[in-house]
Design a protein. Structure first.
Length: 268
């Protein structure tokens, strides 16, 4: 598929998805919403990839919603918010939530501005690596709106409730270092892309099935009751024990030889 608002590259099993509207500070327009939705759905089906990196071209991740492009007519806004059932995800929610459903680690590399919808997308990633000077803000309140791009799914897991409400009620802009202290970002680095790539190399030493199981179990049962969590752990473990990559991981540990892992199990 030809992309216009994003750039998708792949090397050694690592897929990089870059927001590509640098002249607009990678602000989110309708085309970018549709392309992020499409590429994330495609990547979910890929059993051969090992990790995904989200980034922005031009030294900034995203300045948020392109108001002039998206909010100029009620018809456009309704297209973004439309859903068949209230509990389903609409287009703006999928561009954040979908990254949680890809069975490989997803890392957001944050530079420059990461505002509003841009931060909501980054929150959908499993990890966020930011420069110290990166600016982050949940900015919707400034427009008289509530954050509605499914970022709260992750926000409630990474910061306390009072911190989440303070950030969303004030639209405060915080730097990368402060964001790390709050839990919004995983790591701060002067070279976040190099740090993300090194992290991907480390992840590639693990079984893709084990990584998928860890992501699925953590996301699905993080806030679940004890019995559901225990059942989920056991179910995932049985699936792993029956897979070829479990045997390969064991052999790699015993012989210290880097036998190549097989594509991820269909189950994940």
């Amino acid at each position: 598929m030809g992309w216009t608002s994003i750039v998708v590259t792949e090397a050694q099993g690592i897929v990089t998805v870059a927001l590509n509207r640098p002249d607009k500070l990678n602000a989110l327009d309708m085309a970018m919403f549709h392309e992020l939705d499409a590429v994330s759905l495609q990547l979910r089906k890929r059993r051969d990839i090992r990790a995904v990196i989200l980034t922005g071209i031009g030294g900034t991740f995203s300045s948020g919603l392109d108001i002039n492009s998206v909010a100029t007519s009620p018809k456009k806004a309704l297209r973004l918010l439309a859903k068949i059932l209230p509990g389903n995800a609409n287009l703006v929610q999928r561009v954040s939530r979908n990254w949680r459903r890809i069975p490989v680690p997803v890392i957001a590399v944050l530079e420059g501005r990461c505002f509003g919808g841009g931060l909501q997308i980054a929150l959908g990633a499993d990890f966020r690596i930011a420069t110290p000077a990166c600016e982050l803000s949940i900015m919707e309140v400034r427009w008289g709106l509530v954050p509605d791009m499914a970022g709260l799914l992750s926000l409630r897991e990474v910061v306390s409730k009072d911190v989440a409400m303070k950030l969303t009620m004030t639209g405060e802009i915080v730097c990368g270092e402060t964001a790390q202290q709050l839990g919004l970002v995983t790591e701060v680095s002067e070279q976040p892309m190099a740090t993300a790539q090194a992290f991907c190399q480390q992840l590639q030493q693990a079984s893709p099935d084990a990584l998928a199981a860890i992501k699925r179990t953590t996301n699905r049962y993080w806030l679940a009751g004890e019995r559901r969590l225990l059942a989920g752990e056991t179910f995932s473990q049985i699936r792993l024990l029956l897979g070829r990559n479990f045997r390969i991981a064991g052999k790699r540990q015993r012989t210290r030889q880097d036998e190549e892992y097989r594509p991820r199990q269909l189950f994940w």
